[in-house]
Ligand binder design. Structure first.
Ligand code: IMP
Ligand code: MG
Length: 187
């Protein structure tokens, strides 16, 4: 495994692991209040939402929830989006009549979520809401308003807590502003 200096990768620590956990606990409380007595399916959009999905659902105090996963790909390496969304793994379970909460790592242009909502609506859930751990409000191009937002952020490229560059850096515990110069050593 490659060794690195954290200071080489990071321009700025945006949210520490402690700040992230506090916010997640608040979101979980809101969700519990909103969905009292209802059957909820949490749908994680892989791979970026893996951390928020596992931390959030463990803060939900009832075990009567379902965890589902889809995998979409928008970024094909590098820092720029291709704008094309590929469904890598689709949802096979029956969600007819169920209350769905899509759990996404970051809402940037919103193209990924728009496409996913289109696909899911055809499966006739009772409701579809979105939890976006992060949102870059200035970039959103579609008519999608998440019911739950962890943090609004500026238009900077972020890594950590599930967010990647070229599939790496997802396991950093904090959300940090990425230093693109750090990529040079991986070339
Ligand atoms: P959108 O379709 O433009 O909203 O892009 C959403 C996807 O792009 C997210 O689910 C992320 O996987 C990726 N993405 C957007 N911004 C960032 C970032 O700052 N760091 C890492 N991935 C990002
Ligand atoms: Mg994602």
């Amino acid at each position: 495994m490659r060794h690195y200096q954290i200071s080489e990768l990071v321009k700025e620590v945006l949210f520490t692991k402690e700040e992230i956990q506090l916010r997640i606990a608040e979101l979980a409380k809101e969700i519990e209040a909103d969905y009292k007595g209802k059957d909820v399916v949490f749908l994680s959009v892989l791979k970026g939402s893996i951390m928020i999905m596992t931390d959030l659902t463990r803060c939900i105090s009832t075990p009567y929830i379902e965890l589902e996963f889809v995998q979409l790909e928008t970024y094909h390496g590098g820092l720029a989006s291709t704008g094309e969304v590929e469904v890598v793994t689709e949802l096979k379970s029956d969600i007819t009549g169920k209350e769905l909460i899509i759990v996404e790592d970051i809402l940037d242009s919103g193209i990924t979520l728009e496409k996913l909502c289109e696909i899911l609506a055809k499966k006739n859930p009772k409701s579809i809401e979105i939890l976006a751990f992060l949102r870059k409000p200035m970039n959103v191009k579609v008519d999608i308003v998440p019911k739950y937002i962890g943090f609004d952020v500026d238009d900077k490229f972020l890594v950590g807590y599930g967010l990647d560059v070229d599939q790496k850096f997802r396991n950093l515990e904090d959300v940090v502003v990425f230093n693109p110069d750090a990529l040079k050593q991986y070339e």
